[in-house]
Write a protein that binds this ligand. Structure first.
Ligand code: ARG
Length: 592
């Protein structure tokens, strides 16, 4: 289906042409004076110079050609030369009915779908998820879902930090505590035990302990580096122990991401490209891209147009060790070979902006990616507390994600049970669902690159621009529909062929116009990888619905035809809201 605004523009372009002007002047936009009109066209203003004519004259010529329009209800030429537009009620209703009949409300199937990999999450094995991991997961998941909705082929890859010194540290500390473990017996040739010799909580305690020790004790660090080397060169026992660490850690990560309604298609990590690095290094050297500088192997990535200094991309340190860059480049190479994506999207803190600039330039320059493969880094801002500083626990420590979620769940539970008799179990379930909307919408409704303040009171409120408000609106629609269904009877408003009818009030019209803007909102969110624009859209839609609801007695309406038209309108509103929150990564309960 064509976008609503495009249809309106086409009609206006025809009018410009009919009046003897360039049709391209006829582009229509949303009104910035909603008190005067619904849409506007400023083409006459732009045409004034071209035709050496007062803009109001042009506007009047054009308005005259719109007399018989099937699209416009009114076209007013107003000084100094604007065209103020209102669209016809039947045109709007027809459009919505077409939306209802089409799959995905008429959202077009792309001619050539993009093949996308979204690299998000990026947790490090054996370290608990904390609030710093929230944004990558929440925004990445939504970008993945929006792209999928828009008809593209998308894979989400968690890109685990599962290699390098951090693993050597854990192994060293384990050896310190349990030297008798069979994993450390060099002469052992049998099968290794099935169960891990530690739990996830032990693992989470082991890493920080080992990391702290290595900073104070040079010999300890030496042992950790040696363990890293042994692991990476494939020593059997070390590999088996690493497998155990991965198993325990990934099980825990899966549970945590599941609680966030976040899931990955690929659970690949830095370790997966270890074996590809020597080949890549050879290639970079052989093709003359990489050279030795101060002992390290680097690729120059600066460009003439740079206004700031872009340092070379380091491929190997002077001791020959691979770096974060190296694994990212090898991962790009691997992804190109295995999946042939034409877009790679990365989500990390925006402090990694320069880093990704270097890596992307290096990948392009060295032809590790095809020329037409787009590499996109979405750097997000910091989640701050009410004091404007990075979010912390009350004690000032780093907040574990689990605890943050628990806190919001409890707050939501309090709000839901406040002054009400509700079933405990149901309330707990509902609180969980609503809490997730509070967290995710609170994050997603901000432009990703900006810092934002995580304000629990605000985010969990049922009023204002919040997740719970959106859910409340959906639940309200569901409850109205249920009531009407219960009324039953032969002349039930739930009729097979019931259609949305021409609006009978301004509030109803406003709601209908919001619904008609669905395709444009989803398209923009995809093209600009901007979930916050979809949030702004559903907030506007929810507001329009609630206005209509307060102005209209729906359930007690006696005219069944009118009522069934409203049912169709409500169903469409509910479905569009639910579609949007689904791509944002949360859902609505049946009741709340
Ligand atoms: N594990 C990394 C960290 O904790 C984030 C990984 C981001 N993704 C990437 N392809 N570099 O900082």
């Amino acid at each position: 289906m064509k976008k609503f605004l495009d249809l309106i523009s086409e009609e206006m372009m025809n009018a410009f042409e009919a009046a003897g002007y360039d049709r391209n002047l006829g582009k229509v936009s949303l009104s910035n004076r909603p008190d005067l009109c619904e849409y506007q066209c400023n083409g006459a203003m732009a045409g004034a110079k071209l035709y050496k004519k007062a803009p109001i004259m042009i506007a009047k010529d054009v308005a005259e050609k719109c007399g018989e329009s099937k699209v416009f209800l009114t076209v007013d030429a107003v000084a100094p030369g604007f065209l103020n537009l209102k669209v016809r009620e039947d045109f709007t209703a027809d459009y919505l009915n077409e939306m209802r009949a089409e799959p995905k409300f008429g959202f077009p199937v792309p001619e050539k779908p993009d093949h996308i990999i979204v690299d998000y999450g990026g947790p490090n094995v054996a370290k608990p998820l904390h609030v710093g991991h929230l944004r990558s997961a929440v925004i990445g998941e939504s970008i993945k879902r929006i792209a999928r909705y828009a008809g593209h082929q998308v894979l989400g890859d968690i890109h685990l930090g599962d290699w390098g010194l951090q693993m050597g540290l854990i192994i060293t500390e384990l050896k310190e505590r349990q030297p008798e473990l069979v994993y450390f017996d060099e002469n052992y040739e049998g099968e290794y035990p099935e169960d891990a010799p530690f739990t996830i909580s032990e693992l989470e305690e082991i890493y920080p302990t080992a990391s702290a020790k290595s900073k104070e004790d040079a010999a300890y660090k030496e042992r950790a580096m040696d363990a890293t080397f042994k692991l990476q060169s494939g020593v059997r026992g070390y590999r088996a122990l690493w497998d155990q660490i991965m198993k325990v850690s990934v099980t825990d990560l899966k549970k945590n991401y599941e609680n966030l309604n976040v899931s990955f298609d690929l659970w690949k990590g830095e370790s997966d490209v270890h074996d590809l690095i020597p080949g890549m290094v050879d290639y970079l050297k052989k093709e003359g891209y990489a050279y030795i500088s101060d002992g390290a192997l680097v690729v120059d990535v600066k460009e003439e147009t740079d206004t700031k200094e872009i340092p070379p991309c380091m491929i190997l340190k002077s001791d020959g060790a691979a770096l974060y860059n190296t694994t990212d480049l090898a991962t790009i190479m691997d992804r190109m070979k295995t999946h042939h994506p034409n877009r790679l999207i990365y989500l990390t803190d925006k402090r990694q902006e320069l880093y990704f600039e270097q890596v992307f330039r290096c990948a392009k320059k060295t032809k590790l990616v095809d020329e037409d493969t787009e590499l996109l880094h979405i750097g997000f801002g910091t989640m701050n507390g009410k004091d404007g500083k990075p979010f912390k626990t009350r004690e000032g420590g780093v907040m574990r994600l689990e605890n943050l979620i628990r806190e919001i769940n409890d707050e939501m539970y309090r709000k839901i049970t406040d002054n009400r008799q509700v079933d405990e179990e149901e309330a707990r379930e509902t609180a969980k669902v609503v809490a997730l909307s509070a967290i995710k919408y609170g994050d997603l409704s901000n432009q990703a690159s900006k810092d934002y303040i995580f304000d629990i009171d605000k985010f969990t409120s049922f009023e204002g621009d919040t997740g719970p408000y959106i859910l409340y609106t959906i639940v309200r629609i569901k409850s109205i529909l249920n009531k009407i269904k219960e009324q039953g009877g032969k002349e039930n408003a739930f009729q097979e062929k019931a259609a949305v009818r021409s609006a009978g009030s301004e509030g109803e019209k406003a709601l209908m116009l919001e619904l008609a803007g669905f395709q444009a909102a989803m398209e923009t969110a995809y093209k600009e990888t901007a979930p916050h624009k979809l949030c702004a859209y559903i907030y506007g839609l929810a507001n329009a619905f609630n206005r209509f609801y307060h102005e209209t007695k729906i359930v007690t309406e006696e005219n069944e035809e009118k009522k069934s038209g409203w049912v169709a309108l409500l169903v469409l509103t509910r479905d569009i809201l639910e579609t949007c929150i689904d791509v944002l990564g949360f859902a609505a309960p049946e009741r709340m």
